[in-house]
Design a protein around this ligand. Sequence first.
Ligand SMILES: [Zn+2]
Ligand SMILES: [Zn+2]
Length: 381
Amino acid sequence: MTQKHAWVFWRRYSTIAVFVALSATCPSIFGQAAQPKSLTKVDEGSAHIVLLGTSGGRTSWRGVQAAGISSAIVVNRQVYLVDFGAGWLRRYFQAGLGAPPPSRGLESLRAAFITHLHADHVVDYPSLTLFGASDGLGERKDPLPVFGPGPRGSLPPISGKSQGVASVVAPENPTPGTSELTELIYKAFATDINDNILDSRKPNPHSVIKAHDIKIPRSDLIDPNADDEPDIPPLQIYEDENVRVTATLVSHPPVYPSFAFRFDTKQGSAVFSGDTSPSRNLIRLAKNADVLVHEVIDTAWVDQLYPKPRTAAQEAKAHHLVHSHTAVEDVGAIAQKANVKKLVLSHLAPADDTDARWAKAKNGFQGKLIVGKDLKWIPLR
Ligand SMILES: [Zn+2]
Ligand SMILES: [Zn+2]
């Protein structure tokens, strides 16, 4: 090649060459995500938290990117799921948690846990019960265990004055727990399930999922309308070769029972707060954990959402948001009292803002603060 030809060649192709080189070295400049982690790419003996959905509340946040609340902990390439918020099943695969082909995917799921029965935590539980068999649960030897709250036992009191309150649904059984919820899903979808059993020779869902109501000792002595967070020691609810799972009651009135879960592994420990106002039981459960995934709300946002004067319905909703959740100003002190190393914010309310809104979560906390994002993998240590 002559000098002139070389110059023409360089002018023609140098832009492409520089682009390719930069793309290889700085993928984030060009909007490409960093190489995602997945079950097949993490070390066999590692343990991570994976945030599947980080938004809180019974809303789609006008289509904002965050999915509904759902988290996973991955230990020795086995997955343990906490809550079934909107979109968890797609997120499960997008996060790289699916067992690789020829598996169908959910073969990697070892057990699942439901913190409480507010719809934002279970709205896509039917995705597990109805699609699970096709996505890999059908190949399981033993049913997948799902642990969640038992029945509340009585309706909560009316917030504020009783005028104008709508009539309740299912008055004959108004507060079913996890086992009943599962059975009621099967009943509601019996047309589809029976079609699949008879026509496609799919398994009966009872053979692939086993729902358990978490038993609370001396539960007959607890009046949830008087105290939804009685002082109880952590309850062990599950154990296998990878994890030991303990639960405690947290304060999320009027919901009862509402649980936080702790996962202890050889590679570290992680706690999921579920929905709670500042909770002494949670601080005890989370003591010295490596990671605390805690819900958070910005109460200034609640004031903007429901300016005064408020209707009775607006006042009741604002009261619930402020008194049944944990304000961003308080969550750092909780993490510090528990002496955790990393605080991960999730169940964000609002879910459609920048990280700057959550800066106050660092108040009083000396460890590492992480604002949760969907699909983020966080090592326990
Ligand atoms: Zn919630
Ligand atoms: Zn809730």
